[in-house]
Write a protein that binds this ligand. Structure first.
Ligand code: ATP
Ligand code: MG
Ligand code: MG
Ligand code: MG
Length: 469
């Protein structure tokens, strides 16, 4: 079996042999980019090279980039634990051309890697192209020899990639693997494309434009290439597994969870094992990159991720804080590829232990309130915004933790009611202060509280904040 660490090296070495400069992963906290909450793709560190602002010594690069998609334009948090292919933290393997090769070079390099180095069976592969991209269509025919039914034209945002609301963007071509009839789902573009049978594992983006303002797109100085292959997904395919969680790396983490909790990882509580393993990686890498749990911005997203995992640890019956005890297994798996993980090991352990110790004191109480309040509710019902707010305010339950807890029972949350309850509390606090006569300090205090409060609110409702911190 080819392990995850070896697959990463094979990818990077292949592109290095083809004259790409190996670039280390950049931080999960994007430098000088207030438009983005977390690095969510390999191209983020090269954004200025695409737009021509930065001149690079070398026109080609390759990397394995740490990514977090738990907020903003690309938000996969709700999927995690419940799909076989989404993580909050994952590695994106990529090759980049800054005005050097374009579509033909990118398709040829990709095809040779997957069919010669990775030995993937060609008859299981298929691709999508943007609906009017005749050039990419023709190149796939020529290079891969695909018949027409294996090059699918897609007329949707799925085949037009953009990093966020602004920035470099362009049409793309995604590569899929047909995992066979044992899995449900139709080919890309079909009505039931969300099934697991056809797995997207690589996206080739033909960077041609820059979105400079909403509704305003200008051509880039030189057409460029940006690709992204999910390491966990390609590892699953090459290891003959249909779930990322069955790859060597995740097996080790999930095995550690099972050992520490004595709960079977293949049993009915498997989703909890998966959530814990996934969120452990996201938490550890975020702490290593300098994020600490807090009540606003990035720190609040980290806190949400940690607390969600901690609830699942509690579901598995963990009598003591669990997450910090998994850190050595993670460092053993990934520490060589990411030395920052080794350097921050103690900090990661301490941060997880402190957060979990603190949260456990209110978690159990909050969960029993949630049980009482929802005892009479059945699938399709809604939990009142008031109750969700009480759990948030008194027991520190982020909204998505409550959502995740109710999900298996098909119960939703009245989010408008939640927002209204939060607003009401703010107004009351303001009124109480107004009577105290401390006008000058009061003004300052409310200015701070409103700012912190507002950021905190956007923190978990990241769909609306679009990732802007
Ligand atoms: P999907 O449609 O499956 O959500 P995507 O189209 O949003 O994926 P891209 O933005 O094209 O993903 O990212 C490039 C590659 O990164 C994908 O082809 C996939 O292999 C991988 N990837 C994307 N999101 C995730 C995730 N949440 N977890 C693991 N891998 C991911
Ligand atoms: Mg996606
Ligand atoms: Mg996709
Ligand atoms: Mg894609």
């Amino acid at each position: 079996m080819t392990g995850v660490n070896q697959i990463r090296s094979t990818f990077l070495d292949y592109f290095a042999r083809h004259d790409h400069e190996k670039a280390p992963s950049s931080s999960l906290v994007p430098h000088n980019d207030p438009t983005l909450m977390f690095t969510n793709a390999g191209m983020v560190q090269f954004k200025n090279a695409f737009t021509g602002v930065e001149k690079r010594r070398h026109p080609r690069a390759t990397s394995s980039q740490k990514c977090v998609r738990a907020g903003g334009k690309h938000n996969d948090l709700d999927n995690v634990g419940y799909t076989a292919r989404h993580h909050t933290f994952f590695e994106m393997l990529g090759n980049f051309s800054f005005g050097d090769y374009f579509k033909e070079g990118a398709i040829e390099l990709a095809w040779n890697l997957i069919t010669r180095e990775f030995d993937m069976p060609t008859d299981r592969l298929l691709v999508t192209v943007y609906h009017d991209d005749d050039e990419a269509y023709g190149l796939w025919k020529k290079i891969a020899g695909f018949s027409d039914d294996r090059i699918i034209r897609i007329d949707s945002s799925d085949n037009f990639w953009s990093m966020g609301e602004l920035g470099p963007c362009g049409p793309c071509s995604e590569i899929f693997f047909d995992q066979g009839e044992k899995l449900a789902g139709g080919p890309p573009g079909s009505a039931d494309q969300d099934g697991d049978r056809y797995l997207e594992f690589w996206n080739l983006v033909f960077m041609q434009y820059e979105q400079v303002a909403p509704g305003e797109r200008v051509p880039l100085p030189r057409p460029s290439i940006d690709t992204g292959m999910g390491l966990e997904r390609i590892a699953a395919l090459l290891q003959g597994e249909t779930s990322n969680y069955d790859t060597d790396l995740f097996r080790a983490l999930i095995g550690a969870v099972a050992e520490l909790t004595s709960v079977d990882a293949r049993g009915p509580q498997a989703a909890s094992h998966r959530v814990i393993a996934d969120h452990l990686r996201a938490s550890a890498f975020l702490v290593a990159d300098g994020v600490t749990p807090s009540n606003e911005g990035r720190g609040y997203v980290l806190r949400r991720i940690m607390r969600r995992a901690m609830r699942h640890a509690q579901l598995l019956g963990a009598a003591e804080p669990l997450m910090w005890r998994l850190v050595p297994t993670l460092v053993a798996q990934m520490g060589l590829a990411f030395p920052e993980l080794q350097r921050a090991e103690n900090l990661i352990r301490d941060t997880l232990q402190t957060e979990e110790t603190r949260f456990r004191t209110t978690l159990a109480r909050g969960l029993s309130i949630l049980d009482e309040e929802t005892a009479a509710l059945t699938a399709g019902a809604q939990l009142s915004g008031e109750t969700a707010f009480k759990l948030y305010d008194t027991y520190g339950f982020p909204l998505d933790l409550t959502e995740d807890a109710l999900r298996p029972r098909g119960i939703a949350i009245d989010k408008d009611g939640f927002a209204a309850a939060m607003e009401r509390q703010r107004a009351e606090a303001r009124k109480a202060w107004a009577g105290s006569g401390e006008t000058a300090t009061e003004a300052v205090w409310f200015a701070i509280k409103d700012r912190v409060g507002a950021t905190e609110f956007l923190g978990y409702d990241t769909e609306k904040s679009e990732g802007v911190v």
